[in-house]
Design a protein around this ligand. Structure first.
Ligand code: HEC
Length: 186
């Protein structure tokens, strides 16, 4: 009697354990699994904005555009990485469901950013100030085109206000040129 009730308890415990394992993870657990990639992509986008605004500030200051090769190519490098930063099931943050339902369009938007920023880096390397100024607007348009379709409303404008003052810090053009003199492709 005693043994069989022990056996019963043991069987019940196994069943409970099996049921626990078989249950799908709660929604919170799925988000937790992807939390690092969501955190990484949002950090990447903030750095993206910082690079973008640093170019804007440099143009406003009238800096030599040859100093903008690095931030321009960094924007392109991130553009190449964007699609992989949104693996299936990593919905969260401000990403709209269309990121996953319209994958080809999302990829095309990332490709457009790569193309526009690569051109920006090339114009910068050539020292073409007027060309860089015109091309910079097209890079901004590539950001905006993707956000319109794949990002929830711009509720991070406060970040822009936070980043903008940093852009007025003097750029270290000689340093940048020394580290990455020939960098034109992302
Ligand atoms: C291919 C699409 C795409 C392109 C191109 C793109 N973004 Fe985004 N961006 C997104 C999506 C989607 C999010 C929302 C990500 C999230 O919340 O997980 C986002 C979020 C952001 C954020 C907010 C990050 C945060 O802290 O939540 C900033 C800032 C940003 N993008 C800046 C830029 C800038 C600047 C450019 C262009 C130089 C750019 N993005 C180009 C899709 C894009």
């Amino acid at each position: 009697m005693r043994l069989s009730s022990l056996a019963f308890a043991g069987a019940a415990a196994s069943l409970i354990a099996a049921a626990t394992v078989a249950q799908p993870p709660p929604p919170g657990a799925i988000a937790a699994e992807h939390a690092p990639v969501i955190q990484a992509r949002r950090a990447g986008f903030r750095l993206q904005l910082a690079a973008f605004l640093s170019i804007k500030a440099a143009l406003a200051r009238g800096d030599d555009v040859k100093t903008l090769v690095l931030p321009a190519s960094a924007i392109g490098a991130w553009g190449r990485a964007i699609p992989a930063m949104f693996p299936p099931g990593s919905a969260g943050g401000d990403a709209l469901p269309s990121v996953w339902s319209d994958r080809a369009g999302f990829q095309a938007s990332a490709d457009a950013l790569v193309a526009q920023s690569t051109k920006l880096a090339e114009l910068a390397k050539a020292g073409d100030t007027a060309g860089v100024q015109a091309q910079f607007a097209l890079v901004g348009k590539a950001c905006g085109d993707c956000h319109t379709k794949y990002r929830a409303e711009e509720k991070h404008l406060s970040e822009r206000a936070a980043v903008e003052p940093l852009c007025s810090l003097p750029q270290p053009p000689a340093e940048i040129a020394r580290y990455r003199p020939n960098l034109t492709t992302p």
